[in-house]
Design a protein around this ligand. Structure first.
Ligand SMILES: Nc1nc2c(ncn2[C@@H]2O[C@H](COP(=O)(O)OP(=O)(O)O)[C@@H](O)[C@H]2O)c(=O)[nH]1
Ligand SMILES: [Mg+2]
Length: 398
């Protein structure tokens, strides 16, 4: 009788664990994280043929024009086709290479209908010259449809080079940039667009001139829930953006740690560790590509910055540098750093734990995952800064 009772109790306990709320809770947190990383962002890039739209679509996605998945560049636009180019690491962020209004021969309102304006979060209107009547009409129509637009004046590197050749020792970069900007803004004003900013950009050197300002402006003006989507998809053009990516990832770590705490209560021994390492590997691999530290990104950077691939690899110091992120690598690096991972209290993490009111094993799991992911994030953000300094930090001329 007793034996029967004990057994029944045991079975009931296992069943309870298996159907436990914690499983549902872990799944819920996981789907929340997935949602966070899949917020759709659709950016329409328009402007006359030859203005540099397709090139912009490529460089902003961290691609060279010859890479797989790059938009074809340098060809005269003849089709009215609307083409979508998802970000290679964040396919929820889509850049749309739109035909120029001139190519379609549509008036602005028909044009917007043709390209399907509802889907766009905002438009970027590019010109390699002063802005034309078409650009202004389109901007006014976009505004009427209660969407946002940003003017980008491209090929600034060309203008500066020409001006330097013409003016010799008289050349002043800042004055030249100010003059181009003022010209563009005045041109827009005379056509009826007041208070409009124009961002001066070189698609050859995205980290120079106004692209960083454009990035900040877009981020500021986007609804809050879309900001991280934009941030993660942006190329690492300066140290600030690397820092912001790090902070955004850091803010997610408590959720990953909670999932691992919940998994720690799983009835099957060993599941917790294996699941943690797999989850961490996926997350750390995401850090790696987002910081541009995977081989492919480094190769592209080496090409555009005219630095050798090996030089870029040489400045990275973390044990993850230039490695394919696997479960095994994660476990290996964690075991090297056991003292750091196990002994240091996770401050933010500790504050988050009481919400769950969980037993000790789960807290340990929470703290370990929290510490480990924070450590990996620190390592990769540091490497990203070093690589940035080596590749672009000193490159301030066109
Ligand atoms: N120097 C320089 N050339 C650019 C820039 N942007 C685009 N180009 C070149 O301008 C040409 C037309 O660019 P493309 O992107 O095909 O223009 P689209 O017709 O608007 O898509 C290509 O040969 C590009 O390499 C830039 O910022 N600087
Ligand atoms: Mg094109």
């Amino acid at each position: 009788y007793d034996e029967y009772n004990i057994k029944a109790g045991y079975v009931a306990r296992i069943e309870k664990l298996q159907n436990n709320d914690t499983v549902a809770a872990a799944a819920k947190i996981q789907s929340y994280l997935e949602e966070q990383n899949n917020v759709p962002l659709n950016i329409g890039i328009t402007g006359e043929s030859g203005s540099g739209k397709s090139t912009f679509v490529n460089v902003i996605r961290g691609l060279n024009s010859k890479d797989d998945g790059a938009a074809p560049t340098g060809c005269v636009e003849t089709t009215m086709e609307v083409k979508s180019y998802p970000h290679p690491n964040y396919p929820n962020v889509i850049f749309w290479d739109l035909p120029g209004v001139g190519t379609t021969n549509f008036p602005a309102d028909k044009y917007l209908k043709h390209v399907g304006f509802e889907r766009f979060d905002f438009f970027i209107i590019i010109s390699a010259d002063r802005f034309r009547e078409n650009d202004v009409k389109l901007a006014l129509e976009i505004k009427r449809m209660q969407k946002k637009f940003y003017f980008v004046r491209s090929k600034i590197d060309h203008n500066l080079r020409d001006e330097r050749d013409d003016q010799g020792s008289e050349f002043n970069e800042k004055q030249t940039l100010d003059r181009i900007r003022t010209n563009c803004i005045q041109g827009l004003q005379t056509q009826g667009l007041e208070d409009t900013n124009v961002f001066l950009v070189s698609n050859r050197k995205l980290h120079l001139f106004d692209f960083p300002l454009l990035q900040q402006t877009l981020e500021r003006e986007l609804p809050a829930h879309k900001r991280d989507a934009l941030l993660f998809a942006m190329p690492n053009i300066n140290l600030e953006i690397i820092q912001k990516k790090k902070e955004a990832f850091q803010a997610q770590i408590k959720y990953f740690a909670s999932v691992s705490a919940l998994i720690a209560s799983a009835p099957v021994p060993g599941v917790s560790v294996a699941a943690d390492a797999a989850m961490m590997a996926t997350t750390v691999a995401q850090y790696q590509v987002t910081f541009g530290l995977d081989d492919e990104s480094l190769q592209t950077l080496a090409l555009t910055a005219h630095v050798s691939f090996d030089d870029l690899k040489a400045v990275m110091t973390s044990p993850l540098a230039a490695q394919k992120i696997t479960k095994e690598l994660i476990i290996k690096v964690i075991s090297f750093s056991v003292s750091e991972v196990a002994l240091m209290a996770a401050e933010e993490g500790a504050r988050f734990i009481p919400i769950f009111g969980i037993p000790a094993a789960m807290s340990m799991s929470f703290i370990c995952t929290y510490r480990a992911l924070s450590m990996f994030l620190d390592m990769l953000a540091d490497d990203a800064q070093r690589v940035f300094r080596r590749a672009l930090g000193l490159d301030t001329s066109v």
